[in-house]
Write a protein that binds this ligand. Structure first.
Ligand code: 13P
Length: 341
């Protein structure tokens, strides 16, 4: 196995998943607003310091995705975050896209930017200790969208990004997110997710990306958040697995889902249901941002006195998702924490 393939396998190791803590300064502002905390460097650093110092985090978390500011920061004890993570057996990763921007001539759709100068930035991140990268493409479902123009431009950018990362010695997380916003049905989400994944793997092939040395980070096939019929856990799991089996080659070592605005426990239940069904050739795990951090952020509230409780909340969600990654999650495991807390 190549070094990159080993890293990709470690990212989706049995019972472990990825913590997405790569919120840009603009996105973390939205999260901090929820706890009425000022979005300044000192608070962002204290927040990430709280998360990354969670005891036993490495038992459930294989890697953490960082933001450019964070990978350059030191924890409150003065040691760089990258070193702290490595000490806890956690692989440091880095978001390298420059964000999803309005796409020309495609109203209501986005194209992710950031390919210019990417090879050079990746070289710097390798020197800082990063082992993997992330690039998020966004596909919006609405009236007459997505367009083929949007799907293929985003797939092409994802593939160019993945090729550049592999050439620099980094494992790319390829993230095509079909947004859950809107009143579309689960059937429509299924159709668009299948189209998107087919375009992504076609583009990855054309750009000579090594499938053994990447991780796919897709959204699940779910009902639009405003849809009057909300599909149940079993249906979400079955439809998601069906699409993945059709579109994702067996050479890909692992699939790590995003949570995309699902509630914490639903994101866990969906992953668990897929692993209980099983039958796919790849590992199925999580790479959640909100669904891992939400409870912890709200327990923390920016107060040093709340650090222990906030870390317990992150450890709990990480453990529940670790169980879900092997199909061993249960309401009982979820409730035990409630009693202990
Ligand atoms: P969510 O799980 O909050 O969707 O975040 C995952 C992520 O990394 C989005 O790019």
């Amino acid at each position: 196995m190549t070094e990159l393939a080993k890293v990709a396998h470690a990212m989706v190791a049995k019972g472990k998943g990825i913590l997405a803590a790569d919120e840009s300064t603009g996105t973390i502002e939205k999260r901090f607003k929820g706890i009425s905390l000022e979005n300044v460097e000192q608070n962002r650093r204290a927040y990430r310091d709280m998360l990354f110092n969670t005891p036993k985090l490495g038992s459930y978390i294989s890697g953490v995705i960082l933001y450019d500011e964070t990978i350059r920061q030191k924890g409150l004890d003065g040691a760089p975050f990258v070193e702290l993570l490595a000490k806890n057996g956690i692989l440091p990763g880095i978001k390298v896209d420059a964000g999803a921007k309005d796409m020309a001539l495609c109203p209501g759709e986005k194209i992710t930017e950031g390919l210019d100068g990417l090879a050079k930035r990746c070289q710097e991140y390798v020197k800082m200790g990063a082992k993997f990268t992330k690039w998020r493409a966004v596909i919006t479902i609405g009236r007459d969208i997505p367009s083929a123009a949007c799907i293929w431009a985003n797939a092409h950018a994802l593939a160019r990004y993945a090729a550049i990362c592999q050439a620099t010695g980094l494992v790319p997380i390829v993230e095509p997110e079909v947004l859950m916003d809107g009143d579309h049905t689960i059937e429509r989400c299924e159709e668009i997710t299948e189209w998107t994944l087919n375009a992504v793997f076609d583009s990855l092939y054309n750009q000579r990306v090594s499938l053994e040395e990447m991780v796919l980070k897709p959204s699940m096939v779910i009902s639009g958040s405003e849809c009057s019929r909300q599909a149940g856990v079993k249906e979400v799991a079955e439809r998601t697995l069906k699409v993945l089996k059709r579109a994702v080659p067996a050479a890909v070592p692992g699939i790590a889902f995003l949570s995309g605005g699902q509630s914490d426990e639903l994101a866990t239940a969906h992953l668990d249901a897929m692993n209980k069904l099983g039958g796919g050739p790849w590992a199925l795990t999580f790479s959640y941002g909100r669904a891992l951090q939400h409870a912890s952020l709200h327990a923390w509230k920016g107060q040093t006195a709340n650090v222990t409780g906030a870390q317990a909340a992150l450890a709990h969600r990480s453990r529940m998702n670790g169980l879900a990654a092997t199909g061993q999650y249960s309401g009982k495991a979820e409730a035990e924490y409630g009693k202990a807390a």
